[in-house]
Design a protein. Structure first.
Length: 116
């Protein structure tokens, strides 16, 4: 049974930082591309960032988060992180971890709220 468990969300002031974590189990983590998506109230789920399988040498970011967010992975721990800096109110959303291997899997999401 595949599980993706996100953590690290919360309330932060504009300009602040948060680090989201995703713990994976039940899948071949090394060979899975990992990513983060987000969904704001009343909006569709959107792509945030992706990191390639194996060494994670290829990363992609949505234009809206480029130069502020950094994705990383540790294949020895089956973990992926999203470091979010210079947060803006428009970053407020539920953030979902995503795994793409032989199938696609989603976590349950973690709430990020950016507000003063």
């Amino acid at each position: 049974q595949v599980q993706l468990v996100e953590s690290g969300g919360g309330l932060v002031q504009p300009g602040g930082s948060l680090r989201l974590s995703c713990a994976a189990s039940g899948l071949t983590f090394n060979s899975s591309a990992m990513g983060w998506f987000r969904q704001a109230p009343g909006k569709e789920r959107e792509f945030v960032s992706r990191i390639s399988s194996w060494s994670g040498g290829i990363t992609n970011y949505a234009d809206s988060v480029k130069d502020r967010f950094t994705i990383s992975r540790d294949n020895t721990k089956d973990m992926v992180w999203l470091q979010m800096n210079s947060l803006k109110p428009e970053d407020t959303a539920v953030y979902y971890c995503h795994a793409l291997g032989s199938n696609a899997y989603w976590g349950q999401g973690t709430q990020v709220t950016v507000s003063s």
